[in-house]
Design a protein around this ligand. Structure first.
Ligand SMILES: [Zn+2]
Length: 232
């Protein structure tokens, strides 16, 4: 991981700053919020010389921009010459089996895997491990990403936090619990314009996964969400 200068300043003991005005400088140097008010939103800016990595979760409803946010973070890491790798479940065949594609078509190469434990074998050379569509992975994914983080990797998981009935989706709730950073994104309710937390299914059917059917959903707020509407 690359260093970031102001964090390195912290290695100086305050009493070592002995020149005039040093007291004020030492006070300022030990107050990170002055320099990083967005540290929670920009978790790549972290202290150097750490052995463990960490876990970031990007969650929200459909059309909330989760994959775009994952790609944004991965591209910035790649720009910093960190080795990045994105994994997604093999079942997600919406657009391309090679790339993680968000709705705005900015994409990164990705690897499709059938089980989460494959990620452990394939990500050994990566500094930053991205996981898209985390909700479709098996229940082992939380253990896998914790092992990756313990081995020093930054892990970023994007996924739906709720299914079309408003129920917590797959391994996402457990991932949110064990992650250092959770970013919950919102879409805009198509009925009333409020921030949308739910994915409303418009097509009929009670199966949880309706793949390749992006048109079958729209974002809705709590007030406009009708979890049983698709079962009529
Ligand atoms: Zn609404």
């Amino acid at each position: 991981m690359g260093g970031f200068l102001p964090w390195r300043w912290k290695v100086f003991e305050p009493q070592r700053v002995s020149w005039r005005g040093g007291g004020i400088a030492a006070f300022m140097l030990t107050r990170e919020p002055l320099y990083f008010p967005n540290a929670a939103l920009e978790p790549h800016i972290l202290p150097v010389n750490r052995r463990a990595g960490w876990i970031e979760v990007i969650c929200g409803s459909m059309f909330s921009g989760k994959t775009e946010e994952l790609i944004r973070r991965m591209k910035r890491a790649r720009f910093a010459r960190q080795r990045v790798e994105i994994f997604k479940p093999a079942m997600d065949t919406r657009f391309s089996s090679e790339e993680v594609v968000s709705h705005d078509a900015s994409s990164l190469q990705s690897t499709a895997v059938t089980t989460s434990s494959e990620i452990l074998l394939l990500a050994t050379e990566s500094d930053v491990v991205g996981v898209d569509e985390g909700q479709f992975f098996d229940a082992d994914l939380p253990r896998v990403v914790q092992e990756l983080a313990r081995s020093g990797k930054r892990v970023i998981v994007a996924g739906l936090d709720q299914d079309f009935k408003g129920q917590p989706f797959g391994p996402m709730p457990e991932l949110m619990a064990v992650a250092e950073y959770v970013t919950k994104l919102h879409a805009i309710c198509l009925v009333c314009g409020a921030p949308a937390n739910h994915s409303q299914r418009l097509a009929e059917g009670s199966e949880r996964v309706l793949l390749g059917a992006v048109d079958a959903y729209e974002p809705r707020c709590r007030e406009c969400f009708r979890p049983d509407a698709s079962e009529k």
